[in-house]
Design a protein around this ligand. Structure first.
Ligand SMILES: C[S@@+](CC[C@H](N)C(=O)[O-])C[C@H]1O[C@@H](n2cnc3c(N)ncnc32)[C@H](O)[C@@H]1O
Length: 197
């Protein structure tokens, strides 16, 4: 179970990236959100200021420490945000509930990402979309091996985060169709707009 150390330092360590390129990536991704939104693994609420014209955001997050750290951003948000303490592998919603499902830097950490993807697909409306921003296994074989090598240490330091997950392949093999894919930092990060098949 996640303690308080990772949540406490998360925003601090992410701030160089968040002030830089991540800002425009998140802005571009989240301006595509519409209607009722589910955000999976909302963490410290870093995405909350980027929701501008959606009806409501329902966020699920299993870590109470993360939820507490997101409270300020919840209060300041211009759209209604409700956070539920739950995990992505068992979403407490009926099928076809949300217009948009969002996950950023989460599929790397979720213990069972395939079940989480199936759950995200299930609760997304038939004409809805899934918006992702993730770090993934790199195409360059040398860099991918380096990711494999670093992962055991990285996982310990970053609360279960897997540096080497082939999330794009997992998405394709779970019956989801990628409408748009953008890559950043030599293919380490991807931004995806996905629809149900
Ligand atoms: C690296 S942080 C990303 C936070 C935020 N989404 C962002 O973009 O910065 C990963 C988050 O996934 C959450 N998480 C871990 N296991 C999860 C699960 N099974 N279901 C949903 N979220 C989970 C963690 O608690 C943490 O808040």
């Amino acid at each position: 179970m996640m303690g308080n150390t990772f949540p406490k330092w998360y925003d601090f360590f992410m701030s160089p990236l968040e002030k830089g390129r991540f800002k425009s990536i998140r802005r571009d991704l989240l301006q595509r959100a519409n209607g009722t939104v589910l955000e999976v693994g909302s963490g410290t609420g870093i995405n909350f200021p980027y929701y501008q014209s959606v009806k409501k955001v329902t966020a699920i997050e299993p870590s109470q420490n993360m939820i507490e750290r997101s409270n300020k951003r919840t209060e300041l948000s211009i759209v209604p945000i409700q956070i539920i303490r739950e995990s992505a592998e068992r979403l407490p919603f009926v099928d076809n509930t949300f217009d948009t499902v969002v996950a950023t830097l989460v599929l790397c950490t979720i213990p069972n990402p395939e079940i989480a993807l199936q759950e995200m697909k299930r609760v997304c409306k038939l004409d809805g979309k899934i918006l992702l921003f993730e770090h993934v296994r790199m195409k360059n074989p040398f860099l991918a091996k380096l990711q494999d090598w670093l992962t055991p240490f990285w996982k310990k330091v970053c609360d279960g985060c897997n540096l080497n997950r082939d999330t794009v392949m997992m998405i394709k093999s779970n019956g989801l169709e990628i409408l748009e894919k953008r890559t950043f930092y030599n293919g380490l990060f991807v931004q995806l707009e996905i629809m149900k098949k």
